[in-house]
Design a protein around this ligand. Structure first.
Ligand code: ATP
Ligand code: MG
Length: 437
């Protein structure tokens, strides 16, 4: 016999539930919040399921936000400043493996029947303390078992995202997958290609926001779920770098989801070093990451190596900062720190701390490492008689190289003198117009 769980929902959620119940509707806490509460895990977001239709919910509260009215979800701001999701009971009437046509239902049991796993199909009604667990999800939770609600193969066919969700939940809570669910999973993996890129991407980001995503990612690999969407890294999963990669992902702070994505991307390296960035970009595009993320991701992957070395002089450090960009330097170190922590190497960590301190000093010093930080700009060069065109950029690059070597030279007069000398010497001749060497 399992003890009856005790729930401690936020006061703001109780208020919303009472309001719904006061209007003659049912309000049930469901899903992740109930699951986590039973496990004794802290939980910020609590969701409610109700028999009230979305229009009714919107009328009952002063302020609401339509979060997905076709799915029956209304956001209700709580007194504590959080947004609570109130979703009308649903019944799937038709599914095609990627989205469902839903109909509203009037019974919590119908709503629980369409949920994916037993551990996610538990409902608790705060006002009456009524608990519904028609599929023995509590027992599964306590036994550490992931089991589909109903007939597993059919449930995955309805929505293949559940395959990836299975890896996420099994990984996050270290669950054993019940045999029938497991064999259905194995067959369903081949159909992941039918999902939309957006759902696959959001699911990855959820996996990566877990404390330690490695177990889930290992399941992606073991079940062959990397083959389609993540084909660039599928081969890496059988190589020796994989364990290091997983360790490094776990070692990165869970709030830095995108850096964890970048660490995944670093597994995309083929035999040729240059291919890495290209393959990483292809993967990010396939998953429809934003253009900004694609730029950040490929840039970080490209410059992951070489990192500055503890023995490097300050000019080399500034040169490195110029190459990778100051904004990215910290992230590159975070990636390397994670790798060193995962490898358990004290020496590497000490060397990194030392090197980072040196880099940080340069950053604080504010020595110029980009053309924009020079004491002169293109207009100044034109005023010195330099013709408009590519020479201006080349001259600025030359000045920056000088300043990276000797930051004290970043004075307007010093640089202009250098410009005049270079013009007189014809130091940039031959670069004018024609193809560069
Ligand atoms: P978390 O928020 O911690 O990621 P969660 O369980 O709340 O986990 P959500 O994706 O927020 O997960 O979904 C809330 C609930 O809705 C789930 O617990 C589950 O009952 C149900 N659910 C979500 N997605 C699906 C799906 N694709 N198929 C069936 N039920 C689902
Ligand atoms: Mg949730």
């Amino acid at each position: 016999m399992i003890d009856r769980p005790v729930f401690h929902p936020p006061a703001a959620l109780l208020q919303i539930a009472e309001r719904l119940e006061g209007a003659g509707c049912q309000a049930w806490a469901v899903g992740g919040a109930i699951r986590d509460a039973i496990l004794g895990l802290p939980r910020a977001d609590w969701d409610l399921a109700t028999d009230a239709r979305p229009e009714e919910v919107r009328q009952l509260f002063r302020r609401t936000v339509p979060l997905g009215l076709d799915h029956g979800t209304v956001g209700v701001p709580g007194e504590d400043g959080s947004m609570y999701e109130v979703t009308t009971f649903r019944l799937d009437v038709e599914t095609d493996g990627r989205h469902a046509v839903v109909e509203f239902a009037t019974d919590i049991e119908d709503d629980l029947a369409r949920r994916d796993f037993t551990i996610n199909a538990i409902a608790w009604r705060p006002t009456t303390e009524d608990l519904r667990d028609p599929y023995q999800g509590i027992e599964d939770l306590k036994a550490g078992v992931l089991r589909a609600v109903g007939e597993p193969a059919g449930r995955f066919e309805e929505d293949y995202l559940r395959v990836l969700r299975a890896f996420r939940f099994a990984g996050a809570y270290d669950l054993t997958i019940e045999p029938e669910t497991e064999s259905a999973l194995r067959s369903a993996v081949a159909h992941l290609g039918r999902l939309s890129a957006e759902r696959v991407r959001e699911e990855l980001l959820k996996v990566l926001s877990a404390e330690a995503p490695s177990r889930s990612l290992q399941m992606y690999a073991d079940y062959g779920a990397l083959d389609g969407w993540y084909q660039e890294i599928a081969a890496a999963a059988s190589g020796h770098g994989w364990d290091q990669a997983l360790g490094a992902i776990d070692a990165l702070n869970s709030r830095r989801k995108f850096l964890r994505v970048v660490r995944v991307l670093l597994c995309a390296g083929g035999d040729e070093e240059e291919e890495l960035a290209e393959r990483a970009e292809t993967l990010l595009r396939r998953l429809k990451f934003s253009n900004l993320d694609i730029r950040r991701g490929t840039h970080l992957v490209t410059h992951y190596r070489p990192l500055v070395h503890p023995a490097d002089g300050s000019a080399s450090i500034r040169e490195w900062l110029h190459t990778v960009g100051t904004d990215f330097s910290r992230d590159l170190f975070r990636l390397h720190f994670a790798a060193a922590r995962a490898a358990g190497s004290d020496d590497s960590q000490r060397a990194l701390v030392y090197t980072w301190r040196r880099v940080h000093e340069e950053l604080v010093e504010g020595s110029p490492v980009s053309v924009a930080q020079l004491a002169v700009d293109g207009t100044d060069l034109l005023a010195q008689g330099l013709p408009k065109g590519p020479l201006v950029g080349l001259m600025l690059d030359e000045l920056l190289a000088q300043v990276i070597d000797a930051p004290e030279r970043n004075e307007r007069e010093v640089l202009l003198e250098s410009v005049r000398e270079l013009i007189e010497l014809g130091g940039l001749d031959g670069l004018d117009g024609g193809p560069e060497e």
